[in-house]
Design a protein around this ligand. Structure first.
Ligand code: PHE
Length: 493
């Protein structure tokens, strides 16, 4: 590199100004190498003035290069036509026949004879000149200027040539020009200070723009960071974490316990991944199971139920849980079994699975953030109040609610927030008060109400990290450098 740098300095001293492209040609070195050497000269001070320049060039595409070697598509078509003609269908078998055919037709080189059963192509002229090939040869040899602009325009459209912009520098002597590079000191040592020699030395300038070396360690995925934030918020608000270490659940806890009828479309294989091995679960709390059956088929607790024939076979089917509300149901049932009911706040953040059509915002698995509060006489007002506090801690203050439907909550609300970056209202999650058909069947006291909500972890993460495609966040196409590059901490709250 130093060799090359000094060669450059010599050449500039002989014939300034000179372009780096010219140097690359003269030294027969890659232009990028010349630029590298220039950068290292510049690190030694103002030896050179480098004026940035950009030039446009015309270059042949791969297709253009092929034509230079073997002729244009139209010439190939013409040459493939024997003197007594050829059926069009045979002619069209040669590569690039479509373009070649239409160009050869409009050039008047060939004609179509439609008198027979199938069209036959015949030569119309005895000799052709392949001007496309000739012109591309001219361009290749650096004589593009001899060709009319309209012709070049046409070749560009045909993707035979392309314009490239070449960035380079025009070099001339700078304030501190010298023919040699003195080695720059990078360290100021004790010896230099003691001897006073530092006064005679040149020091390398600090590069304040240099990036730090990437740390050779693991990096947390953005999802894990946002998961940590959510967890922290729940813990600050006095919630405790539910166990969610079972991706495989059965229909009973995922649906039946939540008063979701057995004919509900969400219980279809189109929406749910059922597990084939083991196909069913067999252990259920016997009395509770009977009460669930009763409330579905006949009603109770002031409800008329759904009035259908509830079948254990349907409830036994194993599946990949479609929501962590299945875990909430298990926890609420457990809570109802305690002698004395204790107001409880629970949360979980874990994976759920849905048989979705995949697109930019949907995956077949995602993480659900779920919060549940069970207490005497809590109301919808409490739910809204908790949201205000919960989302404020995330930096979200503008909330709106829309009435919604869930089989297990009444009333239900969708939660929206105003997204400043996008300038619109976006959906955050879903919420509601669990139905008495669900809670009373579990055995919870009459005046205990349970408010709950669920949202995805991916959505707020995408918003916070400015991603628009979920596949950039999770899945096989994730760029691992995205994980490394994303900030260690964000100050956006
Ligand atoms: N289970 C709901 C969902 O999957 C979220 C939710 C949880 C709604 C609790 C209401 C109450 O979207």
């Amino acid at each position: 590199m130093t060799d090359l740098s000094e060669k450059i300095l010599h050449r500039v001293s002989q014939s300034e100004p000179i372009s780096t492209l010219e140097l690359s040609k003269q030294f027969q070195e890659d232009h990028q190498k010349i630029i590298g050497a220039l950068k290292s000269i510049q690190a030694h001070g103002d030896l050179l003035v480098a004026e940035p320049q950009s030039d446009k060039f015309i270059e042949l595409t791969e297709e253009g290069k092929l034509i230079v070697e073997t002729g244009s598509h139209e010439a190939k078509i013409y040459n493939a036509v024997p003197d007594d003609g050829i059926p069009q269908s045979d002619l069209m078998k040669i590569p690039n026949a479509k373009v070649g055919f239409s160009k050869a037709m409009s050039a008047g080189w060939i004609v179509m004879d439609k008198n027979g059963a199938a069209p036959v192509i015949k030569k119309k002229v005895h000799k052709i000149v392949d001007t496309v090939q000739a012109n591309l040869k001219l361009i290749l040899s650096g004589h593009a200027a001899q060709i009319a602009d309209s012709v070049k325009q046409e070749y560009k459209k045909r993707k035979l040539i392309q314009e490239v912009v070449q960035k380079s520098f025009l070099l001339s002597k700078g304030r501190d020009f010298s023919l040699t590079l003195t080695k720059l000191e990078t360290d100021l040592t004790a010896d230099m200070l003691v001897s006073g020699n530092w006064k005679n030395l040149s020091f390398k300038e600090y590069n304040f723009d240099a990036l730090g070396t990437p740390l050779d360690c693991g990096y947390l995925h953005p999802l894990l960071k946002v998961r940590f934030e959510f967890r922290q918020i729940f813990l600050e608000m006095g919630f405790s974490e539910m166990p969610t270490n079972n991706y495989v659940e059965n229909s009973f806890w995922n649906f039946d316990a939540l008063f979701q009828p057995q004919q509900h479309p969400a219980r279809d294989a189109h929406d749910t991944f059922f597990v084939s091995d083991p196909k069913i679960s067999t252990k259920f709390p016997e009395e509770y199971k009977e009460r669930v059956k009763e409330v579905h088929s006949k009603g109770g607790y002031g409800s008329i139920g759904y009035r259908y024939d509830w079948k254990i076979e349907e409830a036994q089917k194993n599946l990949l849980r479609t929501h962590t509300t299945a875990n909430s149901a298990r926890m609420l049932y457990k809570l109802a079994q305690q002698k004395q009911f204790k107001p409880t706040k629970l949360f979980s953040i874990d994976k759920v699975f849905r048989n979705e059509t995949l697109d930019a915002t949907h995956l077949a698995e995602f993480c659900q953030v779920e919060g549940v509060i069970a207490d005497y006489d809590v109301t919808l007002g409490d739910l809204i109040g908790v949201f205000a506090e919960f989302f404020k801690k995330l930096g979200i203050t503008e909330l709106e609610f829309k009435p919604a439907y869930n089989p297990y909550t009444e009333p239900s609300m969708e939660i929206f927030c105003f997204h400043n970056g996008l300038g619109k209202w976006i959906e955050l999650g879903n919420s509601g008060m669990f139905r008495p058909e669900m809670l009373l069947a579990m055995g919870l006291p009459e005046n205990v109400r349970v408010i709950a909500w669920g949202l995805s972890l991916e959505r707020p993460t995408m918003i916070k990290y400015g991603l628009t495609n979920i596949r950039d966040l999770v899945g096989p196409k994730v760029d691992l450098e995205m994980v490394q590059r994303s900030p260690i901490c964000r100050l956006d709250k």
